[in-house]
Design a protein around this ligand. Structure first.
Ligand SMILES: [Zn+2]
Length: 657
């Protein structure tokens, strides 16, 4: 095997299958593969019967076709040699022309060896190349020479040859794939391997040139769902041949009784039931019942998902394009999402921005972002970003959200019947006074669970592995999301990074977000990779050391009076427990709009319940004076519940249904 460049070198070799010269076709069964120099070509073709095709064990048979380095044209219908030469030269093709045994000056009969740019390993592709050469260049050629067992009788000693090696070899890659899954590849270890056994980049000896060092690799492209060989010496990528019809079936899967389409549109993974009829139309297999049967059989045999156990929505910094893959044996679908693209390379710009916004916590935020970019399903602290509008907290959250845009959800705090948010990697939550309690409850649930169910309109619910991280934006002094019992004791177990952004010093840059996004793609692939590789696993509950900021301390200590904290506890107890129907004791009363005073006695608290009741009235949850109220033959001292508290209870309740 030789490459184009090498063949131009007269000292280089050409490979031929050779048998002793005779003119009895039946005797030409066994051929020997030999390398010869181009200058010896003439003598060889006058001494041997030959072919550019290599057969297995040298046994000449179409079924033994292994590869061919070229094609031999056979002209015996009288096209004059000079005409053939003109035609070859007009195409700038390398060739070797030799008259055959029945050639006469009046009636030109000859063979032309055309060399391939790369060896062709597929018999069908070889025939296709032959077809092209005949149709486009030499319609005068005997069509029988396309046969994959074809050999040529050696020429007489006295014929005059002509050759041209300053042009190009026939470009086989222009006509499709030249190898398939039956090609045994040689790994750098020397062991043989078949492409379909490979699922990651594997170093091999290039099968397309004479390779003394493993200068190629074979890999599987998830995007093209196909294997390819890439050779640095040939400077070429060779895609594997797959049956047309298999390729058309790529987006379709058999699942349950039906056919589903899976794919990525606008960077987002989707799964849709399309049914059998549409499957046949879309794969163009609806023309005959045989085709239909074959396509459906292929799908069920090779691509049947017996059960979808879950879908994993992943951020994948290593992939250049989003893709999905189905792990049939586990029933898991992985949807891999590429991060935002790398546009400008200017890491110092991002460094300055983070420095300006996070000051002494810059290193923490870099570690946070590194873990966010490079892992999935790994717990990270909740970022609680505080402060008035205009200090850039929303901008920062949006920037993080752009890293894996399809996996980001701006959540308003209601848990609706349709839970689009739970399959996301990042939830950006604006704390909202009116939905505080339900928000609190839902977020607690989300941050604690390993798996979750996704409910989407017109879809059966499906399970996902929780990959959610939360950034909370708040103007409040005390975000309700944090309850006092969660006050962290050390940086190993700190679940919250609470931070108030410093004021932005004028002049403000209205384009800051765009400028950052242009540079962020490069930053996360370079600087954050280094940061990520340097993170040591030292028993941090939330992956990294989470500093306990002053803002966090004051959140838990200074700004929360015992009274308010206790009042909050009563409220949570009332709303959450009632909604979960664990607290049946007072539910009759609560439903009628009255809260028995006894309720307060059941809960241990530092503050006397009278003060709590006062505080609840002040905050507009209870109203009126204590009075006796009877329901179902029970009489209790009660306070009247306000509409505000009823709303909170109902909201919490509806989420539980
Ligand atoms: Zn190569």
């Amino acid at each position: 095997m030789t490459t184009e460049q090498q063949r131009k070198d007269p000292n280089d070799r050409i490979e031929l299958s050779l048998a002793p010269k005779n003119y009895d076709a039946s005797k030409n069964v066994k051929f020997e593969r030999k390398e010869i120099r181009p200058k010896d070509l003439e003598q060889t073709l006058k001494s041997y019967n030959y072919s550019l095709i290599k057969w297995k064990d040298g046994i000449r048979d179409g079924a033994n076709y292994q590869f061919s380095d070229g094609f031999t044209i056979d002209i015996d219908q009288g096209l004059p040699i000079p005409d053939a030469e003109t035609r070859l030269k007009s195409q700038n093709l390398n060739y070797f022309l030799i008259p055959s045994k029945s050639h006469t000056p009046e009636h030109h009969k000859y063979h032309i060896l055309i060399f391939f740019s790369y060896p062709v390993y597929i018999k069908k592709a070889y025939k296709k190349m032959a077809e092209h050469i005949i149709t486009d260049l030499f319609p005068e050629c005997d069509p029988a020479v396309k046969d994959a067992s074809r050999f040529i009788f050696g020429s007489p000693d006295n014929v005059i040859v002509s050759a041209y090696f300053q042009g190009e070899n026939f470009d086989v890659l222009e006509h499709g794939a030249i190898w398939d899954n039956s090609l045994a590849l040689t790994k750098s270890s020397g062991n043989a391997i078949y492409p379909t056994q490979i699922d990651k980049k594997t170093s091999i000896y290039c099968p397309f040139h004479q390779d003394n060092t493993p200068s190629a690799f074979v890999n599987h492209s998830k995007k093209s769902k196909n294997w390819y060989i890439s050779c640095s010496a040939c400077d070429q990528t060779f895609w594997m041949e797959r049956p047309e019809f298999e390729q058309r079936c790529d987006p379709y899967w058999s699942y349950g009784k039906d056919v589903f389409e899976l794919g990525i549109v606008n960077e987002e993974f989707f799964i849709e039931k399309i049914g059998k009829a549409k499957f046949h139309v879309l794969t163009k297999t609806h023309y005959s019942s045989e085709e239909k049967a074959a396509a459906f059989e292929y799908l069920v045999d090779n691509k049947h998902i017996s059960h979808i156990s879950r879908i994993d929505y992943l951020g994948d910094i290593e992939t250049e394009e989003s893709y999905y893959r189905v792990i049939l044996e586990k029933g898991i679908i992985e949807a891999h999402h590429t991060p935002l693209p790398s546009v400008d390379q200017d890491n110092s710009f991002i460094e300055r921005y983070l420095e300006d916004r996070f000051r002494q916590y810059k290193d923490f935020i870099k570690e946070y972002l590194a873990v966010f970019c490079y892992t999935n399903h790994q717990k990270l602290p909740t970022l609680i970003l505080k402060g008035p509008r205009g200090n850039g907290k929303s901008t920062f959250a949006e920037i993080v959200g752009e890293i894996y845009r399809p996996l980001t959800f701006e959540w308003q705090g209601h848990e609706e019947n349709f839970t689009y948010e739970v399959e996301k990697k990042l939830l950006i939550v604006e704390e909202n006074e009116s939905t505080k309690m339900s928000q609190y409850k839902t977020l607690k649930k989300y941050s604690g669970q390993k798996y979750a169910m996704v409910n989407k309109k017109f879809k059966d619910p499906y399970k996902i592995r929780n990959n959610m991280n939360i950034i909370m934006l708040t103007n409040e002094v005390i975000p309700l999301y944090v309850s006092r019992e969660e006050q962290p004791k050390d940086e190993f177990n700190n679940q919250f990074f609470v931070y108030e952004f410093p004021e932005i010093k004028p002049p403000m840059d209205p384009q800051i977000q765009n400028r950052i996004l242009k540079r962020l793609g490069h930053y996360i692939r370079t600087e954050l990779r280094t940061v990520f590789n340097n993170i040591t696993d030292s028993g941090y509950r939330y992956s990294i050391r989470v500093p306990i900021t002053d803002a966090e301390k004051s959140l838990f200590v200074d700004n929360v009076t015992d009274l308010e904290a206790d009042t909050d506890r009563y409220l949570q107890h009332l709303i959450l427990n009632h909604s979960e129907k664990q607290d049946g004791q007072y539910s009759d009363f609560i439903e009628k709009g009255y809260l028995p005073t006894k309720f307060f006695r059941d809960i241990q608290a530092k503050t006397h319940y009278n003060r709590v009741i006062k505080n609840l009235k002040k905050r507009g949850f209870l109203t009126g004076e204590q009075m006796r109220f009877q329901i179902n033959e029970r009489r209790e001292y009660c306070f009247e519940i306000t509409q505000k508290l009823k709303d909170e209870i109902n909201k919490a309740k509806s989420e539980c249904l």
